[in-house]
Structure formats: structure tokens, C-alpha cells
Design a protein around this ligand. Structure first.
Ligand SMILES: [Zn+2]
Length: 629
């Protein structure tokens, strides 16, 4: 689909132009962003500072709300943004931690996350429910009459619970379809941003086998310079050819925050013609992981740099994009000079521009840099469907081989000492190549596509059916008791299914871990007859490790009014905990980031009798701590 849904519908009506007036669809354009309806939920009337805005690029999603700073402290008063009722309370170990949802008469719901605790009347209800269900983790919905609130009523205290990297309030506004809206569009005077988006560099990417940038195939970063008028330029001569993709390292800034905030709008124009446009709108939950296609996933994972693509990536189901017939890639095969303009906007319409020119030139400079390092005779680099093979310059032939089929190919380009072959695997998939007389297996073992979505080998079976955005080229191998599933450079829609035959391992306490990083990460898995089935969410190297060590329990406070502990587990991680005093279940709150457990009473009766805390890890190693008070 080249244009967005609106255009398609429009053309449909043009083509078939129904005569009946009943078919005319009148869409009522209601502006949901009513100014003044909501009050700021934290320190209203005081200029705020955000550590996150709506649309910040986060790993696996666009940020869906505002992160409101609380001066590094917890316990700040949180007020209901408008009248309504507490419609949902959710308590999670990770995610939003302690979260509160208030539904308002206008149909919108405000969400308050990472709370330290709820205001006393709400907390009473929550604790009663936690005792009734004998659980810390909770997700309960309320009727409008249960917990009504007035605008400005104290409802909670800010904290740092769940997947929060420091004390702050996560504030979100959702519509009835559970889409999140940009809270900053509701006219909060507390938010100030007169600063235009900032750009650090533009990255140009070759996205066809014939593409070149200054004589080479690859991805090249160009730092930008800020001119006296505040706009950005690239002061370099750039020769290009083929399909070129633009990416940029850019973010918003505000005078009230040292943080990098989100962008609302990006447009790439070539000689004043729009090639690609991104306009962030409401965020849905079902496709939020598609953000990994909006950004350059590989650079996000490997360099922790979140770039914006200036072209559309196949498979992205978010509807923020408009683009040319080449999905936003710029076709530069006309031997002309092109003026490129990138326009960037934040929520408050502060605007920046980047200007540079690209010279379309088929005969680019051959004095390109050599890529082989001392001693290397050949190197292979794979990015997406493109494989780049670099070898020392020679007269020897070069063949791509797949089964009985072979094809001689010529170097794509060369300098005085090296030759480079650029192969688009989508067009020329091969299993090995012949460099002179030497047969070399391809460093890609599998082409995984919607048609061929399951990979079988003697010792493993991997089903990618539900997680593919587009065909990917992977190297998958079972080597030295490690299952090497390429590298985490390919975005996937979710968890995929792996079956791994490991008859050498006893099933007891042995589980799958993502290994090779600084710490092994527990993945889990279920054994059946020497085969372990697991569901990883990323590519990488997996191994099997045995955890026979029970968690540790360190008591901190034990008296008639408070119980608190620190709990830790070295390898597989904490799965559950349970505390009883005098045989009765006691609610313990849990902060997983520092391993803290502390008690919360249902009523004011003193703790008395035998205290038993049981903590279990993911391999069912159990630690029991007993004492009497
Ligand atoms: Zn947040």
C-alpha cells in the first residue's frame, strides 16, 4: 500500500461514485484534545520538567505518555487530572509498577504509573483485595460508583516502582479504544518547550545492490553543522547512485529538561517533492513493537542510538507514514544534483530543517578506502538482504553456487588493491561461493520468509511464522552445545518457537539462557524426552545452564509492626515468594530492582508468632526462612 488508508478510501469513492446519498459517510471530527479539561497531576501551576515525552523512541515501543520528573524524590502528591472514577488498579513487578487508572465523563482515561503508593481510601481497597486473593500482583476493575474522584483530589504518591529507571510519574491519556494520546496536546501550561528539534547526524544508506555513496556500498554518517539561522546543513560533497535511504539521529529538546525527547513529524523532500512523511498520532498497543522498524534496530541494539528512518520499512503496521512508490527510498539514477530537505517538528510545532545536496553520479571516485585489515584476504558483511564480499584484488573467477546452479559474477567495484561484490540475497540467494578454486559456505544458512518460515535441522526446529515482518537472512547453527541463532540485529514481532534436542542434559534444573552477554539471561523452557522447547524474543546465542542454588534471604526489619527482607537469586531469578505469620498469609510488596520485600498489613494487629518466608527461583530451588516474633 503506497498511500495511507484515507487516500485508498477516497479513490474508491471516485472510481465507483455511488449515487445514493445514504452511502455518504459523514465522519464527525471531534477534537479529543480539549484544553483545560485536565489539570496537571503533579505540582499543578508550577513549571514542570519532563524526562520523557510522548513518542520518545524506547526499546520495542514509542513512549506512550509523559515522564514527569519528581526532583529525584519519591512520595510527591498525585492529583486526579479531572473528575471521574478509579476504573482500574494494576500492581505489577515490572512495567508500570503500581498503576492507577481514572476514567472521566468525556470517555478518556488517565493513567498514573510507577507509584509509590495509593491515597489511603484507595490503598485500603487494594490491600483488602490483595489479602482476599493472597497475591501482591493484582489487576482489578471498579464500577463508577466504587471510587469516584473529584478533579484535583489526592489519589496517590509518586514513586519508582516497576520498570522505572528513577523516581518519576508516568502520565498517560487513553481513549475508549485504548489508544494513547499525547498529553502535551491538552494545553498544560506547566509544560514549556520553545526549543526546536536537534539533529546530530544524517546517515545515508545504500538500499539497492547498485547503490553507491562516494564510490562505496554501505552506510555512512554525516555530522551536521548548525548555521547562524539555527538550521542544519551537511558541508560535504556527496556523490550517490541507486536507491538511497536517509536516516537521522535527531530528538527534541526543551529549555526545561536535559533529556532527549520525542519527535512528532519528519518529512524528507527531494527537490521539493515529498518522498516520505512521518506524523505521529495516537499509539495503539497491539502493534507497538513495530517501533523497531521505525528505528534502525541494529544500531539501537549495538550502539544504543535510536535513529529515525526517513523511509518506510516493510511490515510496519503503524499508520503514521506517507511515502513515494519506493517506500520513501530516494531513486538517484539521473546524473543530476538533488537538494534534500528534512523537516522536523515537535509537539509544539517548533521546527528544524536539515539541508544538503546529493550528486547523482554513475562514475564515482575509484580511490575508495581499503576495508581489509592486515592479514585479511577476504571479509563478508551482511546488512539486511545485502551481502558485501571484499577480497584482495585478483584475476580469479567468482561464482555464486546454490545446489547444481552456479553463476559467475563480476566485482561490483574495486580500488587498486581490493574487489567488492555486492549481492542482494532477495534476488540471488546462494548456499556457497567459489572464490577461484576455493569453495566457501555462505555465512547465511537460511532464507526465512512467510513461505519458508520454519527451519529444521538434526538437532533443532525453529518456527518464525508469527514473528516475521519480511524475509530475513540468518545463520543458524548448533555448535559446541550452543544454539547460535544469528545476532540480535533483526526486529521480530514477538516470541518465536524453538525446539532443541539435548539428550546429553538431564532435565532437572537445566534451563535455557541467552548467553554471551555480560550476564546470562534466563529464558526457561520445558523438557519433553530430551527436547527442550523455549520461546525467545530475540536472536542470539542460547545455552543450557543448571541452577541448583536456592535464593538468598536476608532479614532487614522484623518486629510487631514491620517485616522486611532482601532476596536475591544468582542465575535463574526469583519466581515467587510467600510469607506467613502464625499461619496467616501476609502481603509483602516487592521491588525487584533492589530485591526488597516489605510487609503491608490488612489491619493494625501486631505481627506475633512464627514468621515463615518461602522464596522460589525459576528452577524451583526453594529457600525457607523461619523465625519467631
Ligand atoms: Zn514513562
Amino acid at each position: 500500500m503506497i498511500f495511507n488508508g484515507f487516500s485508498i478510501v477516497y479513490y474508491f469513492f471516485l472510481l465507483f461514485s455511488f449515487p445514493s446519498p445514504e452511502t455518504e459517510v459523514v465522519v464527525e471530527k471531534v477534537d479529543p484534545y480539549v484544553k483545560g479539561y485536565f489539570m496537571f497531576p503533579l505540582s499543578p501551576g508550577v513549571q514542570t520538567s519532563l524526562s520523557g515525552s510522548f513518542g520518545d523512541l524506547r526499546v520495542n515501543h514509542f513512549h506512550a505518555g509523559l515522564d514527569i520528573r519528581t526532583g529525584g524524590a519519591e512520595g510527591k502528591s498525585i492529583y486526579a487530572a479531572a473528575e471521574g472514577y478509579v476504573s482500574r488498579i494494576r500492581v505489577m513487578n515490572g512495567g508500570y509498577g503500581n498503576a492507577l487508572y481514572i476514567t472521566h465523563p468525556n470517555g478518556l482515561t488517565t493513567v498514573y504509573g510507577h507509584l509509590k503508593e495509593y491515597a489511603s481510601n484507595i490503598k485500603k481497597r487494594v490491600v483488602a483485595e490483595q489479602y482476599a486473593q493472597e497475591t501482591f500482583v493484582l489487576d482489578i476493575y471498579f464500577e463508577p460508583t466504587d471510587l469516584p474522584v473529584k478533579k484535583g483530589e489526592l489519589v496517590a504518591f509518586s514513586g519508582n516502582t516497576g520498570g522505572s529507571g528513577g523516581p518519576h510519574l508516568h502520565f498517560e491519556i487513553r481513549d475508549q479504544e485504548e489508544n494513547t494520546l499525547d498529553p502535551a496536546l491538552f494545553g498544560f501550561k506547566e509544560i514549556k518547550d520553545n526549543v526546536a528539534p536537534r539533529v546530530e547526524f544524517v546517515s545515508l544508506k545504500c538500499l539497492s545492490a547498485d547503490a553507491r555513496i562516494n564510490g562505496e556500498f554501505g552506510t555512512f554518517d554525516y555530522p551536521v553543522t548548525r548555521t547562524s539561522s539555527g538550521q542544519y546543513v551537511i558541508n560535504r560533497n556527496i556523490d550517490v547512485w541507486g536507491d538511497i535511504g536517509v536516516e537521522l539521529y535527531a530528538y527534541d529538546k526543551a529549555e526545561t529538561s536535559p533529556f532527549r525527547l520525542g519527535l512528532k513529524y519528519i518529512e524528507v523532500k527531494n527537490d521539493n517533492v515529498s518522498e516520505y512523511k512521518f506524523e505521529l498520532g495516537k499509539l495503539a498497543f497491539h502493534n507497538k513493537i513495530d517501533m523497531n522498524l521505525h528505528t534502525n534496530y541494529e544500531r539501537m541494539v549495538e550502539q544504543n542510538k535510536k535513529l529515525h528512518k526517513g523511509y518506510f520499512e516493510e511490515g510496519n503496521e503503524m499508520d503514521f507514514y506517507t511515502y513515494n512508490a519506493k517506500k520513501g527510498l530516494i531513486d538517484l539514477r539521473d546524473s543530476k544534483k538533488h537538494r534534500i530537505e528534512i523537516k522536523l517538528k515537535d509537539t509544539f510545532e517548533n521546527t528544524s530543517f536539515v539541508h544538503f545536496s546529493l550528486n547523482s553520479n554513475a562514475n564515482q571516485d575509484k580511490s575508495i578506502n581499503s576495508e581489509l585489515r592486515g592479514g585479511e584476504t577476504r571479509k563478508v558483511d551482511i546488512r539486511g538482504p545485502f551481502m558485501k564480499i571484499i577480497r584482495k584484488k585478483t584475476d580469479k573467477s567468482f561464482y555464486l553456487v546454490d545446489g547444481n546452479f552456479s553463476k559467475e559474477i563480476q566485482p561490483s567495484y574495486e580500488n587498486a588493491t581490493e574487489q567488492v561484490f555486492v549481492i542482494n540475497l532477495k534476488e540471488s540467494y546462494f548456499s556457497s561461493f567459489m572464490d577461484g578454486q576455493e569453495i566457501v559456505p555462505s555465512p547465511v544458512s537460511e532464507e526465512v520468509s512467510q513461505r519458508f518460515n520454519t527451519v529444521f535441522s538434526n538437532s533443532f526446529e525453529i518456527d518464525f511464522k508469527k514473528v516475521l515482518y519480511h524475509p530475513i537472512y540468518l545463520n543458524l547453527e548448533d555448535a559446541n552445545y550452543e544454539l547460535r541463532l544469528d545476532k540480535d540485529v533483526h526486529p521480530l514481532r514477538g516470541r518465536f518457537d524453538v525446539k532443541w534436542k539435548r539428550p546429553d542434559k538431564e532435565e532437572e534444573k537445566n534451563k535455557v539462557y541467552l548467553i554471551g552477554g555480560r550476564r546470562s539471561r534466563y529464558v526457561g523452557g520445558n523438557w519433553d524426552n530430551g527436547i527442550i522447547t523455549f520461546h525467545p524474543k530475540e536472536l542470539g546465542t542460547y545455552g543450557i545452564l543448571k541452577d541448583e542454588t536456592a535464593p538468598s534471604i536476608t532479614p532487614r526489619t522484623l518486629n510487631a509492626s514491620n517485616l522486611s527482607f532482601t532476596i536475591r537469586d544468582g542465575l535463574s531469578g526469583i519466581k515467587s515468594f510467600e510469607c506467613h505469620v502464625d499461619g496467616k498469609w501476609v502481603l509483602l510488596e516487592y521491588e525487584y530492582k533492589n530485591g526488597l520485600l516489605w510487609s503491608e498489613k490488612l489491619n493494625n494487629e501486631p505481627f506475633k508468632g512464627e514468621v515463615v518466608l518461602k522464596v522460589t527461583d525459576n528452577c524451583d530451588n526453594e529457600k525457607i526462612y523461619k523465625t519467631a516474633i
